[in-house]
Design a protein around this ligand. Structure first.
Ligand SMILES: Nc1ncnc2c1ncn2[C@@H]1O[C@H](COP(=O)(O)OP(=O)(O)O)[C@@H](O)[C@H]1O
Ligand SMILES: [Mg+2]
Length: 279
């Protein structure tokens, strides 16, 4: 399997002297859907910004599809690894949807007709049905997240990094956004999702990396990490609700690493004799 991103011993010290990353080794395969979790300040944003050169390591190496990222400009890396900002308002700066989503393309020298075509495709991908002349600043939070994602998708990166994309969205809107991201992953793109939300991570990610104080606390299959109560407690996280039920039902031989409702239903249907409720 192709390796999309690899970091070797990366450390990062901010200009004020604060060391935010203390030696991170991580390998992300092409097509993976990985969640990066951890408390506020654990280094999630700092880490993922290294994946496309928005930050450069103070020490260590970052490889993007096997290439040493130090040999490439941030602009080159951004075409392969797209980063959607934690707050869409830090990303959106144009006053029409066309200018906002088409900005990167115009910079790359695409013709106006190509820009128009590609912008329309990107907006359809994120299900944003707005006029190209609408001002993105006046759209709802959910719509602004979609604009931010479309402006990155339009450049057709192979890896999509989403930094806490559901911040400020209610649960229904969060799920809609995640379904969209799942579809993008299904089309073959590698997804790196930074999130606090164990339920969303359980539902969508195959693999979870937990950061603590600039180091990796855990890295493994989602169902093993997100069912490990003691481990999660070190990062002030708790397993998804359905896992509490799984643990309470261990006498029925329910696996203690169930983290999704669907898995629970499947297990119960297979192994437990259910009596149909009588009307
Ligand atoms: N520009 C900066 N200058 C100095 N310290 C920073 C800067 N940005 C972030 N930090 C610090 O680095 C640590 C990691 O930050 P960050 O990567 O944003 O964490 P997270 O995304 O997990 O909340 C935090 O302690 C934060 O205060
Ligand atoms: Mg962050």
């Amino acid at each position: 399997m192709t390796e999309a991103i690899r970091t070797e011993g990366i450390e990062y010290v901010y200009p004020n002297g604060f060391q935010a990353l203390k030696g991170i080794d991580i390998s992300i395969k092409e097509g993976e859907f990985i969640a990066v979790m951890g408390q506020n300040g654990s280094g999630k944003t700092t880490l993922v910004k290294h994946f496309n050169g928005l930050l450069r390591p103070t020490k260590g190496k970052v490889y993007v599809f096997g290439e040493d990222s130090a040999k490439h400009t941030t602009a080159e890396l951004c075409r392969i690894v797209g980063y959607v900002f934690q707050n869409p308002d830090h990303q959106i700066f144009n006053s029409t949807l066309l200018d906002e989503v088409g900005f990167g393309l115009r910079n790359l020298g695409f013709s106006e007709s190509e820009v128009l075509e590609k912008v329309k495709v990107a907006l359809a991908k994120v299900d944003l049905k707005k006029s190209l002349t609408d001002n993105p600043h006046f759209m709802s939070m959910g719509e602004r997240h979609r604009v931010a994602i479309a402006s990155i998708l339009v450049l057709e990166p192979k890896v999509l990094i989403l930094d806490e994309p559901t911040t400020g969205l209610d649960y229904k809107r969060s799920l809609e956004l995640m379904e969209l991201v799942k579809r993008i992953n299904g089309e073959g793109k590698t997804v790196v999702l930074v999130t606090h939300d164990v339920n969303l991570a359980a539902q969508y990610a195959q693999r979870v990396v937990v950061l603590k104080d600039g180091q990796i606390l855990a890295d493994g299959e989602a169902k093993n990490i997100l069912s490990n109560t003691e481990l999660l407690a070190e990062s002030n996280l708790v397993p998804p609700q359905i896992n509490f039920l799984a643990k309470r039902l261990r006498d029925l031989n329910v696996p203690e690493n169930i983290i999704k409702v669907d898995e629970m239903v499947e297990f119960l249907q297979k192994h437990v004799k259910l009596t149909k409720a009588s009307k």
